[in-house]
Ligand binder design. Structure first.
Ligand code: ADP
Length: 349
């Protein structure tokens, strides 16, 4: 395999991020109300209480921070919060707000009770972030006019709003920013049962029939992630259509998933490639994420955000102080002999 091809295979921008077509379709599959949001029961229960309490007091909701791997429903929840509070939502992202001026423009346009959604909030620049502090705390922004000894700060009052921030890496948020949120929720990977319910709802919206065992099979192979489940469902729908199948049954789903090179454990090519490098190039690890990224010709952040969380959760990888270590499950998955004694010594370190 030449290097160009290798890059294409691993690059999550290509494989994991939504294409424009996916993004449009995803909007139509996006849950719009709390009652349509499947799973994450603890988060929903607690959010419902916060929403009712704020409505009863006729006050905006406190600022909300949502964290968790990509595709688990953070953006959907932000839209649902706006819907449930009958308020308008303005959506942007950390990297999109380049200068403090951009943020001032957004903030001064917010009406009372509006939701401001900032995706990837950990990627806000320092200057912009500092502008956000008084806005979050007292609904004020400080303009500085003139320079040097004549500099004057003028306060500008904003209408009370709710900031909903989303992040894949809550650990990267600065303490002052984190401290200004009142409500925190972490979204975790979904169970196959919850994903199967999501797949069945989506199949209905896409007007395709699917058997229960087929949706459960897709669910098991979706890396615990609704966005991936919906994407696989659309690809399987194409497959069923071309094969002239009237509905998606277990056989069609399994054949289509094999065709998409999603294996029985739900690992895709990127997952397998990462695990194989750890097992073969680094003798099972431990290997630091930077070296791993360099070998794979990838960004360390990409591995940390989109590949690792599921491999850790599914038990293929373990994090140690000296780096990432492949588990017995990973060895077995690739039919490589596991040296229990040697590996256990490494785990202890
Ligand atoms: P994130 O912002 O965490 O990356 P999104 O909110 O964009 O994730 O979710 C991606 C897609 O997955 C949504 O468009 C929606 O179709 C689906 N989805 C996510 N969470 C749920 C859920 N709990 N119930 C139903 N569908 C969901």
């Amino acid at each position: 395999m030449n290097e160009e091809r290798e890059k294409l295979l691993i690059s999550p921008e290509i494989k994991r991020e939504e294409s424009e077509e996916d993004a449009v379709l995803n909007i139509s599959l996006r849950p719009l109300r709390l009652s349509e949001f499947v799973g994450q029961q603890d988060v929903l229960n607690s959010l419902k209480i916060s929403l009712s309490a704020a409505s009863q007091r006729k006050e905006p909701l406190e600022h909300v921070l949502l964290s968790g791997p990509p595709g688990l429903g953070k953006t959907s929840l932000a839209h649902i919060i706006a819907h449930e509070m009958s308020s308008k939502i303005t959506a942007t992202s950390g990297p999109a707000i380049e200068r403090a001026g951009d943020l001032i423009g957004i903030l001064t346009n917010l009406e009372k009770g509006d939701i401001l959604f900032i995706d990837e909030i950990h990627r806000l620049s320092k200057v912009v972030e500092e502008f956000l502090y008084p806005a979050m705390e007292n609904f004020q922004i400080d303009f500085v006019i003139d320079k040097g000894p004549y500099a004057k700060t003028i306060k500008f009052n904003l209408k009370p709003f709710t900031l909903v921030g989303a992040t894949t890496r809550s650990g990267l948020l600065t303490a002052p920013l984190r401290g200004r949120f009142g409500i925190f929720h972490h979204l975790d990977f979904y169970s196959p049962e919850d994903l199967s319910t999501i797949i069945k709802h989506s199949a209905k919206k896409l007007d395709i029939k699917i058997d229960d065992d087929a949706s459960l099979e897709i669910a098991r192979r979706s890396r615990g992630t609704p966005r991936i489940a919906n994407r696989l469902l659309r690809r399987i729908r194409d497959y069923a259509q071309v094969k002239l199948a009237k509905k998606i049954d277990l056989g069609t789903a399994a054949a289509a998933l094999d065709n998409l090179r999603i294996d029985k454990a739900g690992l895709d090519e990127i997952d397998r490639k990462v695990l194989k490098v750890i097992l073969e190039t680094y003798a099972g690890g431990p290997v630091g994420v930077e070296s791993l990224a360099a070998t794979l010709n990838e960004e360390a952040d990409t591995l940390i955000d989109t590949v690792e969380p599921f491999l850790l959760k599914a038990g293929f990888l373990k994090r140690t102080s000296r780096g990432r270590l492949a588990t017995e499950l990973a060895y077995n998955h690739f039919g490589i002999k596991y040296n229990k004694e040697k590996q256990e010594q490494l785990f202890e370190k």
